[in-house]
Design a protein around this ligand. Structure first.
Ligand SMILES: Nc1nc2c(ncn2[C@@H]2O[C@H](COP(=O)(O)O[C@H]3[C@@H](O)[C@H](n4cnc5c(=O)[nH]c(N)nc54)O[C@@H]3COP(=O)(O)O)[C@@H](O)[C@H]2O)c(=O)[nH]1
Length: 587
């Protein structure tokens, strides 16, 4: 028995020593695990109410609170208010069920700075399988979140100005439009473009242009409410989204007008750039929206149409989108698209209208452009010349006209009947103002071999309104090449008689509108008579335009006019159809 007791005692002691060894080993393992966890993770333990019972050093380090300040508090102490209430409601619902919750949390440190943690909250369960406490294990992911935010900002913001870019603007517009389902009322989209930006870029360089865009962005942002969006649409185009403009349409229109005016005034203050004072004005197109069914892409197009109207109406102003304009604008846009191809596709033809003397002998012709559109047939110049002017396409088209007319003049040098004819070509202000215009015409004359003294350039009075001095200088340079000038549509503009005598003109053309009514309107007759007398006293020629009846011609001859153009003699025709002199009068 004693032997058995001893054996049991030894056995028991051995077992106890073994258990102690195992316990020490377990404690060591636990300690190592804790050390490893502390080195890597931010750890906190809470009770079931969320009161912090234990935190590790990393928690104190990242939150900047001491252990004493944290234990006994809930996690509210580090709440950043970044997440909505529902975020934490979801967290608590998950862990209260005894499930693990994982997610990214933005917290606020003691000094107010924000930090991000990737968080896993593990409930420790009691015998009844209900949580008795929670362990939160977190990793600092602030750097990753900052990098992500930076990438996202770059993807959604314009690098030059820092403003929301086109993509973000479209998102915000889509949000504002869809918000109409919950909150009725008007919002508005303003599309804005800087009227003189191209000149700033061209004359002062792109660096100055960039600085101007930055200053414009700041002024725009300062001029609207925080809730409004100012975005850069691209180039010198900006978009402003206004929301919550009320449920009354007229009131919303008034608000948009007020904001547009504020923006216009903000941009009107001179800019100091590259040691120069620069002034710019904006053109603005606006459209209202008040239904979640409005299409953001369509709204942008409509604001663009309104912007186009504002520019066409003289710039530096606001136009609202008018649905009636839409069809016309679409048609115009299609025509411009086709006009771009027209020279290359050989769709233009020059027609010629004779200019005759008192014996109906042809003395020259006016070249008049015709566009034979593959689908629409003949498009009248009144329809496409203004579009060509607005888009700058008048430059390549005008060059084609000059080349074709000069080639015709050169060809007529071999034709005894037409050798002496002149060709008058209409030249727009935009063409004449090109710095390279004199060189261009010199090259065309050389290339075609046309006699320069048979070429007439027809200018309208409007061309002479701006930069009179430089226009006179350019006209004199062109005269040295041998070409001559006519002043077209005379009497319809605001020509100053004082500079008329300084212009190197060969003739005035009396506008058709005066000839039309010489028998009905005594004023028109007096004006036509005065223009003829003026030309005589300036010792230059005069051509009466739009002569349609023999009576008109008789009256003009009696009043001293020597040259005539009009349907009475011939409509503009293709060169091969030009009648021989003297022209038989049409009945
Ligand atoms: N910059 C350029 N402008 C051009 C060019 N080609 C034409 N145009 C301008 O387009 C406007 C319309 O021209 P068009 O339809 O050719 O009309 C001309 C004549 O057909 C018309 N005319 C002439 N006589 C009569 C007449 O007796 N009755 C009547 N109803 N119409 C008549 O007048 C137009 C000529 O006008 P003008 O140029 O003022 O002499 C017109 O403004 C053209 O200038 C081009 O190549 N470049």
């Amino acid at each position: 028995m004693a032997g058995l007791v001893m054996a049991l005692t030894f056995g028991f002691r051995r077992e106890c020593r073994k258990s102690r060894r195992q316990l020490r080993a377990l404690q060591q393992e636990n300690h190592d695990l804790k050390k490893a966890l502390d080195a890597h993770a931010i750890v906190a333990m809470t009770d079931t109410r969320g009161v912090i019972t234990e935190v590790n050093d990393k928690f104190c380090e990242i939150s900047q609170y001491s252990r004493e300040e944290l234990v006994g508090q809930t996690h509210r102490v580090i709440n950043s208010r970044h997440h909505p209430r529902s975020f934490f409601q979801d967290l608590w619902a998950t862990i209260s069920r005894g499930e693990v919750w994982a997610g990214d949390v933005c917290n606020r440190a003691k000094d107010g700075s924000l930090y991000w943690v990737q968080s896993t909250v593990v409930p420790l369960l009691g015998k009844d399988k209900r949580p008795v406490q929670y362990i939160a294990i977190r990793a600092d992911i602030t750097a990753r979140k900052e990098a992500e935010a930076k990438t996202q900002k770059m993807a959604l913001h314009d690098t030059l100005t820092g403003l929301p870019n086109r993509r973000l603007m479209k998102d915000r517009l889509a949000m504002a439009v869809s918000g109409k389902a919950r909150q009725p009322g008007f919002g508005a989209l303003i599309l804005m473009d800087l009227d003189q930006f191209k000149e700033v870029n061209d004359t002062l360089g792109h660096a100055v242009g960039d600085e101007l865009l930055q200053q414009v962005s700041e002024r725009l942002t300062r001029s609207v409410r925080k809730m409004d969006t100012v975005a850069r649409f691209g180039g010198d185009e900006f978009v402003i989204i206004l929301d919550n403009l009320g449920i009354d349409c007229a009131g919303a229109v008034d608000s948009v007008r007020r904001v547009a005016e504020t923006l216009r005034m903000a941009l009107a203050e001179p800019y100091q750039l590259a040691g120069r004072q620069i002034e710019i004005t904006p053109s603005q197109g606006a459209v209202l929206f008040n239904s979640e069914n409005d299409e953001p892409g369509e709204l942008i197009k409509q604001a663009d149409i309104a912007l186009y109207e504002a520019k066409g109406a003289g710039r530096n102003q606001l136009c609202f989108f008018d649905p009636a304009l839409q069809a016309e604008t679409v048609e115009r846009a299609l025509l411009v698209r086709d006009l771009r191809q027209a020279v290359d596709n050989d769709e233009f033809k020059l027609f010629y209208q004779p200019i005759v003397d008192t014996h109906r002998e042809v003395k020259g012709v006016e070249a008049l452009l015709r566009w034979f559109h593959p689908k629409h047939g003949m498009v009248p110049p009144d329809r496409f010349i203004p579009l060509a002017e607005q888009t700058g396409l008048i430059l390549p088209i005008g060059q084609w006209v000059l080349e074709t007319a000069c080639a015709q003049l050169a060809a007529w040098q071999q034709d005894m009947q037409r050798k002496e004819w002149t060709i008058a070509v209409n030249v727009s202000g935009r063409q004449l103002n090109q710095t390279s215009f004199v060189g261009l015409l010199r090259r065309v004359l050389q290339k075609t071999g046309a006699p320069a003294n048979r070429l007439r350039l027809e200018l309208t009075e409007s061309v002479l309104q701006d930069n009179v001095e430089s226009t006179i200088a350019k006209m004199n340079e062109l005269c040295e090449l041998g070409v001559r000038f006519s002043l077209d549509d005379f009497g319809t503009g605001y020509s100053s008689l004082s500079y008329l005598k300084r212009l190197p003109l060969e003739q005035l053309k009396v506008d058709k509108s005066f000839i039309d009514d010489i028998f009905e309107d005594s004023c028109d007759a007096a004006i036509a008579r005065t223009i003829v007398a003026l030309a005589q006293s300036l010792e230059i020629g005069v051509v009466a335009e739009g002569v349609e009846t023999p009576e008109q011609m008789k009256w003009l001859v009696e009043n001293g006019c020597q040259l005539f153009q009009g349907f009475l003699f011939s409509r503009p025709v293709a060169p091969e159809e030009l009648a021989a002199s003297p022209i038989k009068l049409s009945s």
